[in-house]
Design a protein around this ligand. Structure first.
Ligand SMILES: [Fe+2]
Length: 211
């Protein structure tokens, strides 16, 4: 494997690591705003960190592809919620693993892997979907440059009731207007997250399945 490819792969892993921390912080803020029980807010922190853990078994070439995925690549990428669920189902309680399994379901039923709709999607997944979308839009990705915060906010508002749960979007707007976007600070919580993330992502770097 040539060095530039290794470098590109490291970039993908680093980005994934930063992404999940930002999603975790925003998801926790949304859960608090929605007055979720304390245990569910804690679970949100974990689900934010772990939602994309299945991507470590997705072909790095697909993750880093600078352009639209073809049908087979998209199908392969769309396996990551189920892979992540399988990786952690035995390690955390069911509400955590199920939130990961359903984190790409859409409120209108057009998401994946099952096409669940509305409140049939666990609330933790509906929250992480909004936090995930915000961070994906405002971060540099292989397939797009980082877009502005204002654009991300308007995209989320415009997709309320279709992609996103309107109740979560309402909480998102309140949090953004009142507090801005939460940012990860180094500290005990970040260290704990790093420990959990490393433990979960260490064991099996088997060859990614090909689509
Ligand atoms: Fe994901």
């Amino acid at each position: 494997m040539d060095e530039s490819l290794l470098k590109a792969m490291k970039g993908v892993v680093d980005d994934l690591y930063g992404h999940v921390h930002r999603v975790s912080d925003l998801a926790v803020a949304l859960g608090k705003e929605m007055s979720l029980p304390r245990d569910d807010v804690k679970r949100l922190g974990l689900v934010g960190i772990l939602h994309d853990v299945g991507k470590i078994h997705i072909d790095p070439g697909v993750l880093a592809k600078p352009g639209p995925l073809d049908d087979l690549e998209r199908e392969h990428m769309r396996q990551h919620p189920e892979i992540g669920y399988a990786m952690i189902a035995e390690k955390f309680d069911r509400r955590v693993s199920e939130a990961i399994l359903y984190h790409h379901e859409r409120y209108d039923g057009l998401g994946y892997p099952f096409g669940l709709a509305g409140t049939k999607i666990p609330v933790l997944s509906r929250i992480v979907l909004v936090a995930d979308a915000y961070d994906a839009i405002t971060s540099h990705r292989a397939y797009q440059p980082a877009l502005s915060t204002d654009f991300a906010i308007s995209e989320i508002i415009n997709n309320s009731g279709t992609q996103f749960d309107p109740g979560v979007v309402e909480a998102f707007v309140i949090v953004i207007e009142r507090d801005g976007i939460p940012t990860s600070q180094p500290g005990a919580r970040a260290k704990e997250r790093a420990r959990v993330f490393k433990r979960l992502t260490r064991p099996t770097r088997e060859k990614a399945p090909t689509a």
